[in-house]
Design a protein around this ligand. Structure first.
Ligand code: ZN
Ligand code: ZN
Length: 327
């Protein structure tokens, strides 16, 4: 099969011909229809995340169709359309796994990081960590739901019942979660890089009542803020923007250092927290919610062989919505 391979971080992906993978016990073999490009892929390719398997096939927003099942795998039939997210395997026995927090499992393995992902014509996945894709979503439009959508949704849940919601970084996750937030009756305030008029326009189209640069104060205080931009300086900025008792949720897997800030910004029971990875329940919950909104995703397709261009565009902040690779 054709695949785009990461040999070493900080090097472009290389187009390679690999043997088609064989589904092991409990796994399904998928013909990849599309694979979304996530900011986490960029962090792996750029060496910010330091423990990838190498060489590695990136990609953890896989939409594919089952073409074979390994020994003991019987959850899906050939032809079923399924999605494969970031969480690829957990131990099932540790304290985290047994308390509904498998996202924190120390032995968890992640798709497109410790397990080969979807920048390829075929992929294998543990069937217990695959999800049926809701009907009504074309393949490409479904891909961003699988990470941008469901990790964004986990971040939104962490914001509690906040009515005035700030969203910092208006990319793939934000464009999905803004729709869910509006559907829930929340008010959305979008923060982008200074001068990114296109992103601000995009945010307003998706229901943000205000959109402006991230160094500016919102027109009124926020009840919570979600940070999707990997910029540590936004943490004190967001704390400054939220009311007492407000929560600032850091949703990215990697962030530049957070500058020192005065305790006064945290005082008043403000909370800073992260969300890490996802649980299978997050995926089930979000994939049930998405069609009821209904969440519409904005995607830009690239040929599989153009994966490096898609990553470059994401790195430069030139994508509005989500890039997807089509083998
Ligand atoms: Zn575990
Ligand atoms: Zn992701």
């Amino acid at each position: 099969m054709r695949a785009m391979l990461l040999d070493q971080p900080r090097r472009p992906l290389r187009e390679a011909a690999l043997a088609d993978p064989d589904p092991a016990a409990g796994q399904v073999l998928l013909r990849v229809a599309v694979c979304g490009v996530c900011r986490t892929d960029l962090h792996v390719a750029d060496g910010d995340l330091t423990e990838p398997k190498l060489p590695l096939v990136l990609g953890h927003e896989i939409v594919g169709r089952v073409v074979a099942s390994g020994p003991g795998a019987g959850r899906f039939r050939d032809g079923d359309r399924v999605g494969v997210p970031w969480l690829g395997w957990t131990c099932g026995t540790c304290g985290y796994c047994r308390s509904g927090r498998e996202n924190l499992c120390d032995r968890a393995r992640f798709t497109g990081y410790q397990l080969d992902g979807g920048y390829a014509e075929f992929a294998v996945a543990d069937e217990r960590f695959c999800f049926p894709i809701p009907q009504g979503y074309p393949d490409a439009e479904a891909a961003p739901l699988l990470c941008a959508g469901l990790i964004g949704y986990r971040a939104l849940v962490a914001a509690g019942d906040a009515e005035r919601l700030g969203i910092y970084g208006f990319g793939a996750a934000a464009h999905i979660i803004a729709q869910v937030a509006r559907h829930q009756g929340r008010r959305v305030f979008a923060f982008t890089r200074a001068g990114d008029d296109a992103a601000q326009r995009f945010a307003r189209e998706l229901g943000a009542e205000w959109a402006g640069p991230s160094d500016q104060s919102p027109p009124e205080p926020l009840d919570a803020a979600l940070l999707f931009a990997p910029v540590g300086a936004l943490v004190p900025a967001a704390l400054r923007a939220v009311v007492k008792g407000g929560v600032v949720v850091c949703a990215g897997i990697h962030m530049s250092d957070i500058p020192a800030f005065s305790y006064g910004l945290l005082w008043g029971e403000r909370v800073v927290r992260s969300v890490a990875n996802l649980t299978r329940k997050d995926a089930e919950d979000f994939l049930r919610v998405a069609p009821t909104v209904p969440v519409r995703t904005s995607v830009e397709p690239f040929a599989l062989s153009a994966a490096n261009q898609a990553l470059d565009r994401l790195r430069r902040g030139e994508l509005h919505g989500a890039a997807v690779l089509v083998p």
